[in-house]
Design a protein around this ligand. Structure first.
Ligand code: GLC
Length: 760
């Protein structure tokens, strides 16, 4: 195999927006995207027309640089890229010359055949977080990973190739942070100091360019904000999709789905969503219904809606080869399927048997796929679950010479699932007119947050898997995916009742809260676990519903600045070593102020690390000074959950579904803290896109302990809140426990949308 180094600079050309450096072997191009983002592309065959699936921004028009005999320096107000000319090396610094990240001086960028690699300096104290859905620790130092989207059925806590590709990580060392997004859809590799060479980390891919975006902001949160500025942010999710979701492979008939939904209502367990897995179809043919078991989809969905349930149904990419089947006939006629270079349609086995696969890389194919959803939207489906889109072919390899768009499979495989989710999203958004579709996908590439939520695929019913799932959720949050779920209870295997109860209590604090299980496993619905356990499960789901105003405001942050709902503590406590300790690395913040410590099912006490500050246990109100480890009780009825001092948490009364209005009282919980704190409350109609044109309700709520006030800023936006009244509930204020008791001292507020202050 030919080994080629990037070589020495031969020519430098500065154009207004791009700096071009030619060596004998390759060409480097550098663009500035913002003061904290610089793109480097080093290529042997740069293609101007090649576009990114992930990036939605354009570079700045101007780029400033200076040049000496040895060096070129590109400067922004926050970053300095010092380019060593010979050999060509890319070294990043803060504006005040602190070293953020450098090429490995010896090797920098090079090629081994088509494989392109960047070796970088490894710092003694360097930690790495990110890459989205990966097994292993929060701190990925000492580990290596491959991105090659794979149907990873039966994966365990060590499996490398999983369903998704997020080639973005954050490095933390010497009190500094940086981010790096390697935008390349080929099979890619990341090695965070797992080789025998202690001086370097590296990343690379089997083909394509060395094409990365470097982020130099000095906080993890700001790097996430920048990364999601570059690759896009999620829309506001439909409110109903934040409720409890019940799924199974499969509820076999409309009658069975309805029966389960009715049972939720009978047991008074809040829930919003029922799912249909593959068996609703006729012969697993996408966009068909089984006429015997789902004879009247419209009437069935109307019945679900009448009891405030929505339906999500699965779609797989494989299109059954069968003359007379609409999707097959149209796909063949119009030539919409992935192909071999000789023009033959690619064929593989999935659920329906022999299948062809839509070429989602083509605009016309996405359009066609999207329009086909009328078969589902017309009877009333609003949620679309995209599965098997790695794409999966029963674990078999897809021949490398299959073409998607104008590229061979290995070049774009990692983006196939994303393009399917995109087609589904774009199509259903159009069909549902002004209603928000809920789209869920298993395979994904960077930027998928613009179209879809994700879940972590076929997990298993044991404790370690539950804990790892939580780390994946938080890690996906770093890479822009806030709306993430895991199969609560574990997809394969049978959870013990204890595991089911515990996992459900963690599900309350999982952005997407879905109970799902594999065919042949024991039933998972809340009433399958005995009365006592059902009562706990029910109480936990009720808490989820009470927290919805807080959760929805949390998603508003994801929509606005990319901050995930589930946050590894590395975001807020980046330089606290305990956060990376494997004893505590599953802990996370749910939104701004709720710290959750996942606990194994049979462990009834837990060591919990509470970072700096002061914390209150949610269940008992007990106060805990931060910066310490505590051994706390963790019975199945009480997952360790702590509230940050100064937290402002809006809650609502218990409802059975997000479709219910509730009692109209917004319960504002304030936990005592010694500092001024605030919370941005956000609300809209939860179903339409009217918020995009200003129809939302947003206000900042500020707590000032010294002034003894809670102040509500004026309302921004034209939406009328569902809550006509505000009730303050104070926690940890000594004997002043509830303002409700002090109601007489409160002046009634007439105009809830103008700014006002409550004194206590
Ligand atoms: C895949 C999915 C799983 C689904 C099953 C049947 O294994 O990951 O969630 O239930 O296919 O459609």
């Amino acid at each position: 195999m030919r080994f080629e180094i990037v070589g020495n600079t031969e020519r430098v050309t500065g154009q207004p927006d791009v700096l071009i450096i030619k060596t004998r072997e390759a060409t480097a191009r550098i663009w500035v995207y913002s003061d904290s983002i610089i793109r480097v592309n080093v290529s042997k065959a740069f293609d101007e027309t090649d576009h990114s699936f992930a990036v939605i921004q354009k570079p700045a028009d101007q780029l400033e640089y200076s040049e000496t005999t040895d060096e070129i320096v590109i400067t922004t107000s926050l970053l300095k890229l010092r380019i060593n000319k010979s050999p060509l090396r890319f070294n990043f610094y803060t504006a005040n010359d602190k070293e953020l990240s450098k090429d490995d001086e010896r090797f920098g960028i090079n090629w081994q055949g088509e494989r392109v690699i960047n070796y970088r300096k490894l710092y003694a104290d360097e930690k790495f977080i990110g890459l989205g859905e990966k097994t292993g620790n929060l701190n990925k130092r000492g580990s290596s990973f491959t991105n090659w989207n794979t149907d990873a059925a039966l994966h365990d806590t060590k499996t490398d190739r999983l369903y998704k590709t997020f080639p973005f990580f954050i490095g933390i060392h010497s009190g500094l942070t940086y981010g790096l997004f390697f935008d390349n859809t080929h099979k890619s590799y990341f090695d965070f100091g797992a080789t025998t060479d202690e001086q370097m980390s590296w990343f690379g891919a089997d083909g394509g360019d060395m094409n990365y975006y470097f982020f130099g902001a000095q906080s993890v949160a700001k790097i996430i904000e920048d990364y999601t500025w570059l690759t896009g942010r999620m829309e506001m999710p439909p409110l109903w999709s934040l409720g409890y979701q019940q799924c199974r492979w499969s509820y076999m008939s409309a009658a069975e789905v309805l029966d389960i939904a009715q049972r939720f209502r009978k047991e008074k367990i809040p829930a919003d969503v029922m799912y249909c897995d593959i068996d609703y179809m006729h012969g697993f043919k996408i966009f068909t219904w089984n006429k015997e078991t789902f004879p009247n989809p419209k009437a069935f969905i109307a019945k679900l809606k009448a009891i405030n349930f929505r339906l999500v149904i699965i779609v797989d990419p494989g299109i059954k080869i069968e003359d007379g089947y609409k999707q097959y006939d149209e796909g063949v006629d119009k030539d919409y399927f992935a192909k071999y270079p000789n023009g033959e349609n690619y064929t593989a086995d999935v659920w329906p048997g022999r299948c062809h696969f839509p070429d989602f890389f083509r605009d016309d194919v996405r359009e066609w796929w999207g329009a086909a959803f009328t078969a589902l939207t017309e009877p009333g489906v609003e949620g679309f679950w995209n599965d098997m889109n790695e794409p999966a072919a029963w674990g078999q390899n897809i021949p490398w010479l299959v073409k998607f768009g104008d590229k061979f499979m290995p070049e774009v495989r990692n983006a196939y699932g994303m393009q399917m989710a995109r087609a589904t999203y774009e199509g259903t958004r159009k069909l549902l007119e002004n209603k928000r579709p809920f789209v869920l996908t298993r395979a994904a590439y960077a930027g998928t947050q613009r179209y879809s939520a994700v879940w972590t695929g076929d997990n298993s019913a044991y404790d370690e898997h539950m804990l790892m799932g939580q780390r994946m959720v938080s890690s996906l949050g770093i890479t822009g995916m806030s709306f993430v779920g895991v199969d609560i209870g574990g997809f394969t295997g049978n959870p013990t009742p204890e595991l089911m109860v515990r996992w459900n209590s963690l599900g309350v604090f999982t952005p997407m809260f879905r109970n799902h299980a594999m065919q042949g496993t024991i039933r998972r619905e809340p009433w399958q676990w005995g009365k006592k356990n059902m009562a706990i499960i029910k109480k936990d789901i009720e808490l989820r519903y009470r927290l919805l105003p807080y959760i929805y405001s949390g998603f508003y942050q994801s929509h606005k600045n990319g901050m995930p709902l589930s946050r590894t503590l590395a975001i807020d406590y980046t330089y606290d070593e305990n956060v990376y300790d494997v004893k505590y690395h599953n802990q996370f913040l749910f939104g701004d102020n709720i710290l959750v410590a996942p606990v194994e099912s049979m462990q009834l006490t837990a060591d919990v690390y509470l970072p700096a500050g002061e914390w209150h246990r949610l269940s008992s109100g007990e106060k805990y000074p931060g910066g310490q480890v505590y051994n706390v009780d963790a019975p199945l009825t009480d997952l360790p959950v702590f509230i940050n001092a100064g937290a402002i948490i809006p809650m609502q009364n218990g409802v059975q579904s997000t479709n219910e209005n509730g009692d109209g009282i917004l319960e504002l919980n304030v936990w005592y803290g010694t500092q001024v704190s605030s919370f941005v409350y956000y609300e809209d109609d939860g179903t339409s896109y009217d918020y995009e044109s200003g129809d939302y309700y947003k206000r900042e709520i500020t707590f000032d302990p010294a002034k003894r006030t809670v102040t509500f800023s004026e309302v921004e936006g034209s939406f009328k809140s569902r809550f006509g009244k505000i009730q303050l509930v104070l926690h940890g204020f000594g004997n002043l426990t509830s303002l409700k008791k002090q109601a007489k001292r409160l002046k009634p507020v007439k105009n809830l949308s103008a700014s006002f202050t409550i004194e206590f």
